[in-house]
Design a protein around this ligand. Structure first.
Ligand code: KG4
Length: 333
């Protein structure tokens, strides 16, 4: 089954063709990051408008690269939530038109389910059940993946997402947007241990997380250093920051796996590219005897193929939408 998949939830316009949920025939991604970088973050209206301009051309490109005609598309999958509402609406409306014109099923896909499914593309042997750590620019979730379409949230951030926190801290350190990768690179230059950063606990919900205090602590450190005319050890701060974020995520991931009775752990989303988090997960899984799947970097960020992968399993579970399908800025997984 060949699925034409669309993803436009943030600042990447992405269209892919995926066969039977596992084989990527094409994967076209057009990032707008450079356009938003001058503003220090994503400007929602610009994101929507750039999706409008790019999506049809990218769809044509994706079909061409896959070596198939429009008539060979068996179904259309699309991110319907969560994300920047205007951006999601562009992809959704376009995908609906394509499904309508071709007379093929329309499959709604939750963006975070897509991030998890990116691992099915990278690891042919991977099957649920497993515990997924989903960390991206907009979401931070611990998910028990009981089956391909049966997912249960075990913990989540109460405020900022991990990626958002990386991006804000990067801004304070004068690093370009999106800041996760530059922060990661800067952190490599120091072994840290210089700055004491706060760790948050959500009372009564020990698998939930909070990153806003950490973000504020970095802002305050930079502000105080500037006021006193002191130089900030930027590399040490980046390293200590990564350690603090990882310290929130990794122990909770292991605990969630234990509670759910899972010995397989999967990382997903843009922040899963972070070297400190990857290293800490590797060590923790080795210690606890868990099997760990870390997606290759190309499958961490937003892409259309992950939507095509999850779309296949949604289709098999009978989750097909009609033409009244709407977009949502937030939606349970
Ligand atoms: O999954 P993604 O591409 O988009 C969303 O679905 O949100 O994630 C983007 C986020 C950004 O916040 C970016 O700074 C972060 O992933 N990111 C990283 C790294 N690479 C990307 N964060 C930490 N370390 C990295 N190496």
């Amino acid at each position: 089954m060949k699925i034409l998949a669309f993803e436009t939830s943030c600042d990447e316009t992405a269209v892919a063709v995926v066969e039977d949920g596992r084989r990527v025939l094409s994967d076209a991604v057009l990032s707008q990051a450079d356009m938003h970088a001058v503003y220090g973050g994503v400007v929602p209206e610009i994101a929507s408008r750039k999706h409008v301009e790019a999506i049809a051309g990218l769809a044509e490109q994706s079909l061409k690269e896959a070596g198939i005609t429009r008539a060979e598309v068996d179904a259309v999958a699309v991110t319907y939530a969560p994300g920047l509402i205007g951006a999601v609406l562009v992809g959704l409306s376009f995908a609906k038109s394509v499904a309508y014109a071709l007379g093929v099923p329309l499959i709604p896909v939750h963006h975070v389910r897509g991030h998890i499914a990116a691992n099915y593309l990278a690891f042919p042997e991977l099957k649920p059940p497993f515990l997924a750590l989903c960390i991206s620019g907009g979401n931070t979730l611990l998910v028990d993946v009981r089956d391909y379409t049966d997912l249960k949230i075990m913990g989540s951030t109460r405020d900022d997402a991990a990626g958002e926190c990386f991006d804000k801290a990067a801004r304070v350190l004068d690093l370009p947007y999106p800041g996760g990768k530059p922060m990661d690179d800067l952190a490599q230059q120091s072994s840290g241990g210089v700055y004491a950063l706060p760790r948050a606990k959500v009372s009564g919900c020990d698998l939930d997380m909070s990153f806003s205090g950490l973000k504020t602590a970095v802002v305050n450190l930079a502000h105080n250093a500037a006021q006193k005319g002191e130089a900030l050890d930027r590399a040490a701060l980046a390293a200590d920051f990564a350690a603090a974020v990882s310290g929130e995520l990794v122990p909770r991931t292991m605990e969630a796996a234990k509670r759910a009775g899972r010995s397989v752990i999967v990382a997903a989303g843009g922040v899963a590219a972070n070297s400190r988090i990857r290293g800490d997960l590797e060590r923790a899984c080795e210690r606890e005897g868990c099997q760990l799947y870390l997606p290759p970097l190309r499958w961490c960020g937003d892409n259309g193929a992950m939507i095509g992968a999850q779309g296949y399993y949604e289709y098999l579970a009978g989750r097909v939408a009609d033409m009244a399908l709407n977009a949502y800025a937030t939606r349970d997984i």
